[in-house]
Design a protein around this ligand. Structure first.
Ligand code: NMX
Ligand code: MLT
Length: 435
């Protein structure tokens, strides 16, 4: 069976030619205007990045190498007896644009299990963190510290040629993804007093091992949830804060551990990945205020009170999407299948009928519909993972797949240092003084 690295080595020369041809034919063409508002407005809609693993459509949502989430659910290899796609297969798809065979998928499970062990000093760093240090901070510290053994950093010091950068970047990326379950599991067990971390089982897939490390390995439905969870959170094109940060930092030839550590610090913000934690806090506050008998009218009042307090409705809105996030829908479908009568799931469904109208009436948010974070915590809570300040760590484990895939391609294609132009307000006034 051909390995992922062997397949990539075959694909890279053709893609280098493909990019050359695109640049030769279209290189001097303009996408359109850049407005001053875009410079002040967080660069919304500014075409600025190359990202091959996925593309986001405002109406339809994400496609991974052209495939929607339902396509991935139908076409990617699954675990024996399982019905959700395996993240191993998704990583192969993100990197190559191809669906791997079940054997190739299984080989990745084995390879990641074989690379999973953490250096002892990283375990010690995590064991010394106070349980009051946010799990995302611990996560980012541990990932950054893996730079100690970076194949890319070492090869660079030894004078590796530019054309070979992708090889050690691939090795580091594989190590990074492989080691994340041990980091996540260790943080979870340390922070929440859940006892000693079990060993990785080389016969199990990535999500089954992750579930075991968290203490939920015996629950097959939870393992299935993790498979779906990692797939849908893996990649969301290149402009989101975590993906863009990873690409930017990687462009300085910082190795994948340094680059992805930076991604995690962005993911830890409440407007990005931390929103999954915020949603649960918001729901719990709602229940504490209203009690168990929650009417539509009471929800409406609570949503309005949040907005009037100058806060955002967590899990709603999006910088690009203008419809319900298909990642929300995929999780809703999972819930309908596995936990249709769960009260918290029903509450999330009830809010879905009320919050968008309130946001529309308030008139500010460009997208009143729910995003991925509105649903994920409710599913984890149902299975007993109710420590919400851990939720963004699972988002981070998943996001490594998309960021790593692009880092490998960036080094294969010789992507340059990112260095856009900035302007001061004074400079902007001068430029447009007479225009
Ligand atoms: N609740 C209240 N106000 C909102 C919301 C919301 N959910 N979404 C947007 N707005 C406001 C926004 O704060 C801005 O207000 P102001 O003019 O006072 O600055 C106005 O509406 C226009 O914002 P948009 O252009 O619609 O949204 P933008 O692209 O700037 O931001 C988010 C996108 C996702 C940051 C924003 O919708 C938000 O804060 N949502 C809640 C947090 C969240 O769920 N984040 C997770 C996103 C997904 N992820 O995992 O990363
Ligand atoms: C993501 O998954 O990164 C979020 O939906 C945020 C985004 O795409 O901007």
């Amino acid at each position: 069976t051909q390995t992922l690295k062997e397949r990539l080595a075959e694909l890279i020369p053709a893609e280098i030619e493909n990019v050359k041809a695109v640049r030769k034919e279209h290189g001097a063409k303009a996408f359109g205007q850049v407005t001053v508002d875009q410079v002040y407005g967080g660069m919304r809609g500014l075409p600025a990045l190359l990202w091959d693993g996925s593309v986001l459509d405002a109406e339809e949502g994400i496609r991974f190498r052209g495939k929607t989430i339902p396509d991935c659910q139908a076409q990617l290899p699954k675990a024996p007896g399982g019905s959700e796609p395996l993240p191993e297969a998704l990583f192969w798809l993100l990197l190559t644009g191809e669906v791997p065979t079940p054997e190739q998928t299984q080989a990745l499970s084995k390879e990641w299990a074989a690379r999973a062990q953490l250096p002892e000093f990283v375990e010690e760093i995590l064991d010394r963190c106070p349980p009051t240090l946010h799990p995302m901070t611990q996560f980012s510290m541990a990932v950054t510290a893996l730079n100690h053994d970076s194949a890319f950093a070492k090869a660079y010091q030894q004078g590796i040629s530019k054309k070979d950068y992708w090889g050690p970047t691939f090795e580091d990326s594989m190590d990074l993804i492989a080691k994340l379950p041990n980091i996540a599991g260790r943080i979870y067990r340390n922070v929440f007093g859940k006892g000693k971390l079990p060993a990785i089982d080389p016969s199990k897939d990535y999500s089954a091992n992750l579930a075991t490390l968290l203490g939920f390995g015996d629950n097959e439905a939870f393992v299935e949830l993790l498979r779906l969870y990692v797939v849908i959170h893996s990649d969301h094109e290149g402009g989101n804060v975590s993906a863009h940060t990873g690409k930017l930092v990687g462009s300085a030839l910082s190795d994948p551990f340094l680059a992805f550590g930076a991604s995690l610090n962005g993911l830890a913000g409440p407007l990005h990945g931390l929103a999954n934690q915020e949603v649960l806090i918001w729901l719990r506050k709602m229940k504490a205020q209203i009690g168990d008998d929650i009417s539509d009218e009471k929800i409406k009042e609570y949503v309005w009170a949040t907005l009037k307090g100058g806060q955002v409705i967590p899990g709603y809105g999006h910088a690009v999407l203008r419809k319900t996030d298909p990642r929300y829908t995929a999780q809703r479908e999972f819930a309908l299948k596995h936990l249709p009568d769960d009260p918290l799931f029903k509450l999330v469904g009830q809010i879905y009928k009320i919050a968008p109208d309130v946001l529309l009436e308030a008139g500010k948010a460009k997208n009143p519909w729910p995003n991925v974070d509105a649903h994920s915590g409710v599913l984890l809570t149902y299975y007993g993972l109710d420590q919400m300040n851990f939720y963004t760590v699972l988002f981070g484990v998943s996001r490594a797949f998309g960021v790593a895939a692009q880092l490998i391609w960036d080094r294969a294609l010789g992507a340059p240092l990112e260095r856009p132009k900035s302007y001061s307000t004074e400079a902007i006034k001068k430029i447009f003084a007479n225009k």
